[in-house]
Ligand binder design. Sequence first.
Ligand code: GLN
Ligand code: ZN
Length: 712
Amino acid sequence: MSPFPTSTVLGYPRIGPRRELKRALESYWDGRSGRAELERAGAEIRERTWRRLAELGLEGLPSNTFSLYDHVLDTAVLLGAVPERYRAAEDPYFAMARGTDGLAPLRMTKWFDTNYHYIVPEIGPETVFKLDASKPLAEVREARALGYETRPVVVGPVTFLLLAGAPERLDDVLGCYEELLAALAAEGVAWVQLDEPALVGDRTPEELEAVRGAYDRLGSVTARPGLFVASYFGDLGPALPVLAATPVEAIGVDLVRGGGVPDLPGKTVVAGVVSGRDVWRTAPERALAALGAVRAGRVTVSTSCSLLHVPYDVDAEPDLDPGLRARLAFAEQKVAEVVALARSDFQGPVPAAPSVPLTSPAAPEERAPYAVRAAAQAAHLGLPPLPITTIGSFPQTGELRAARAAVANGTLSEDDYERRVEAEIERVVRVQERLGLDVLVHGEPERNDMVQYFAEHLDGFAVTRNGWVQSYGSRCTRPPILHGDVSRPGPITVRWASYAQSLTDKPVKGMLTGPVTIVAWSFVRDDLPLRDVVFQVADAVREEVRDLEAAGLSIIQVDEPALRELLPLRRAAQADYLEWAVAAYRRATSGAADRTQIHTHLCYSDADQILAAIDGLDADVTTIESARSGARILGAVSAFGRGLGPGVYDIHSPRVPGADEVEDLLRRTLEALPAERVWVNPDCGLKTRTYEQVESSLAHVVEATRRLRAEL
Ligand code: GLN
Ligand code: ZN
């Protein structure tokens, strides 16, 4: 077996440095281009990646880290796990990812504690696994034609099945993995990377036994590549000795988040010392100390996880303050760090951390009990039963985005831009009035993004120009960089919210992003405890809540869709996190008067895991994703005893739900909840949809709600 290369990365961004994949996908989906053009765009991104990694001096190049939508979905396809109903679709892959007119997509949820979303494979007793290795093989050949030998990366069998909720099918998928190993060996592939991030979570003795069995079995395939099992996002803990006892030749450990590495005689340790989760330059003494602690036959320098979670290149950010830039490393810079560490000529400057005052926030005053608030709000708002609302954003039109770009490059004046935003707010208000919604929103036309917008208006943050990171499919975000102490120089959203309120007699809901979410979707300074950073942001949000209320807004929504995302993967650390996260939210919202109604919104939250915490937010109304995750959530949250708006349709799909379908869902909701607590709303913001889709969908929602109101 050839030795494992001395430097590698576990994966690389794949959206393209200028989001080329996004454009190619959207053009293909809109029918403006064909499959061949899409494939060509993918091939260009892969080629550029391999060339760049090789140029930077990286030895171990990965392949099959590219995906047209999602690598978990790719793994499902690799294993033949395509549910029957999608097989006849024109494009089964994208039908699973996004749905079609007649077909809902597969469920999507967050990848561990990141803001990347994967498609949840659907595996039932009827699923017949059958290997289709065409994609990894094609990438190996494609790279080879360019002169590069690569290591295919595939989600490992244990993680794949745990994510799919079907661990009992392990024996069945292992047959496919055995065949895959044989096929790769026949292709002359030296090493394969099987990603097993699920092993850094709490695993039962049975699950660890399954790991042992799986890798003993894969290890005994006679003609196979070297087996590299990669873990990341934490410490392997008890899974490490289990893996070490199997025939796998290389084990990847996250030395940024995880602990030390015990002796692994005879194995290669792929040491993740360069963080794939942040944008800070690696402190050399820390990395070298971590590498020095690895006592093993061989050590490879690597990233702590795939670089999928960071932007491409700091050099594409000329606007950043030079002092900050000097502290930053994106994917390209991180690869260079890996190479330098492997050559032991690492000389990165130690990042200069700003000096930091210690915050010890005093407990803020609490709001009155819910019953008192509810009475005050009912009297103040006078809403009909089953009030209909939306989650905040309305379609972000191309004109608006163009106008923002024009302001940025100086061809549109700030005043003209503001008038366009006002015109859009007026349009959104009129649409909602015409449709018959009860609680209106201003539509968020001034926001490029629910976190970036606040980051742009708070001190202590920087925003990037090209720092895109894939969120799901073609969707990318530009996480702001929280690099210093956070404070609010002045009101942020008040003028837009009060403008909307001035246009209508219906209540308008002010719209803010919660402190945990602002921090979760940013790259955060690592010189302060996360809790202290979140509390600083909470204080800024609190000031905004007070100003909205003073400006006459009676309802304020503080979104916290990322509450679940920061939950530590190991149970032992979760209670502490949830306690301070909830405290931060209450700190942000508890300045509101009793008659001011606080809403919160969560999506893809796997709410069942953090129910007590969501309850602890003590919001008067909680709107939550449920269209995709189904009735499961409903039963679980019905115990809150406060207002609840389970999403009545999935906004992530272009599909327009019928009134009957919405009525059905509402009926089921009313079986689980008393009518006086039920709100009616889509399951998330509408900004990725078109006005046409939104208006038809909401018209059906209103129609369904009216039918049910008539029965109350
Ligand atoms: N208010 C935000 C919106 O409607 C919420 C988005 C979210 O939950 N992700 O866009
Ligand atoms: Zn949402």
